[in-house]
Design a protein around this ligand. Structure first.
Ligand SMILES: [Zn+2]
Length: 339
């Protein structure tokens, strides 16, 4: 039965070469069709054969019929999977990516994750604050210029205002929780400022507060440096300078070597080679006392950073207004006409 072996060979070849399911349908009719199918014709020819021939050839033809049936189904499945993948590919190419997380959100999440891994809790507080939590409990003297209307946006003078810093959350946490604790608080702050390239009346801050039995400046430097490395890589260069902030004693301000000129001096760093990245220090004993925490038993450090500036340094953004502008035309304005 050379013919039947030939038939099997050509059937398999044609089925595997079929490019779509329609072609497979034609091949099914060609080989297995009830009237004119080639395998059917062979089966019919059995009628004129001897019993011996029927016994040897009959099962062989049946087996070939099953093989062809299996080949048709298997190749059909393969074609469908292929088509599905192609459609998927086409669709993912055709559908434009719409939206992504805001760089601030992305950075805040990354920072929260970093500090959670070090045992910190993420906290929040009210944006409309009282003079007490925004200034008084942070050791800001009555005559401090920060309390001036020129800097602070008051809702109802002199008591209610929009918080000028996330340190107000620190004041609330110190009052509500008993040490030891480690917390971070991202949040919006407001100041009565005219928006320009580097300042905005709405801005994001990120506050860090640790109160434990014993802390040192070394712990503070280590914590801040770990954040710099997380966001800007291991090679980031940071320096700490003495600063005055009423809520800490001593106060230190971390500067990062300019991401744009690497210390040479440029427009972004105003020619200094360094960018101020926030304020920090050992929490003033007065601040702890006002919150009912014994400063003889507990110590703490705090760090407040202007988040917008950190994000700008990460993404090479040179105008703070870009972070709040959803208007593409505004982007062009921000980039000073580079269309
Ligand atoms: Zn620079």
């Amino acid at each position: 039965m050379a013919d039947i072996d030939e038939l099997k060979k050509s059937a398999m070849g044609e089925i595997n070469a079929a490019k779509d399911t329609a072609e497979l349908g034609v091949l099914r009719a060609k080989f297995l069709g009830r009237e004119k199918g080639e395998v059917t014709k062979f089966l019919r020819s059995l009628a004129g054969m001897s019993i011996e021939e029927k016994r040897t050839i009959g099962p062989k033809i049946q087996k070939i019929k099953v093989n062809i049936e299996h080949a048709l189904v298997a190749h059909g499945k393969a074609l469908k999977t292929e088509a599905a993948h192609e459609t998927e590919g086409e669709l993912s190419w055709m559908i434009p990516k719409i939206g992504h997380l805001h760089p601030i959100t992305e950075t805040v999440r990354m920072m929260n994750e970093h500090f959670r891994s070090m045992g910190y809790s993420v906290m929040d507080g009210p944006e409309i604050e009282t003079d007490e939590y925004c200034f008084k409990r942070l050791n800001v003297p009555e005559d401090h210029p920060a309390r001036d209307m020129q800097d602070t946006i008051y809702i109802e003078e002199p008591k209610f205002l929009l918080r000028t810093q996330t340190s107000s959350i620190e004041a609330r946490v110190l009052e509500k929780y008993r040490p030891p604790f480690r917390i971070v608080c991202p949040g919006l702050s407001y100041r009565n400022e005219k928006a320009n390239k580097s300042n905005h009346f709405i801005f994001n801050q990120y506050q860090l507060v640790v109160v434990e039995e014993k802390v040192s400046l070394k712990d503070l430097f280590g914590t801040i440096t770990s954040l710099f490395r997380k966001l800007y890589g291991q090679d980031v260069v940071v320096r700490f300078r003495n600063k005055y902030y009423p809520e800490v004693e001593p106060g230190v301000g971390p500067d990062m070597q300019c991401f744009n000129c690497h210390g040479k001096g440029c427009g972004v760093c105003k020619g200094t080679g360094w960018i101020e990245m926030g304020g920090s220090g050992i929490i003033h004993p007065n601040v702890l006392s006002m919150a009912g925490i014994d400063p003889k038993k507990w110590m703490g450090f705090a760090f407040g950073l202007g988040l917008d500036r950190w994000v700008m340094a990460r993404y090479n953004i040179t105008d703070i207004r870009t972070l709040l502008g959803g208007n593409l035309a505004y982007q062009y304005y921000v980039n000073e006409g580079t269309l």
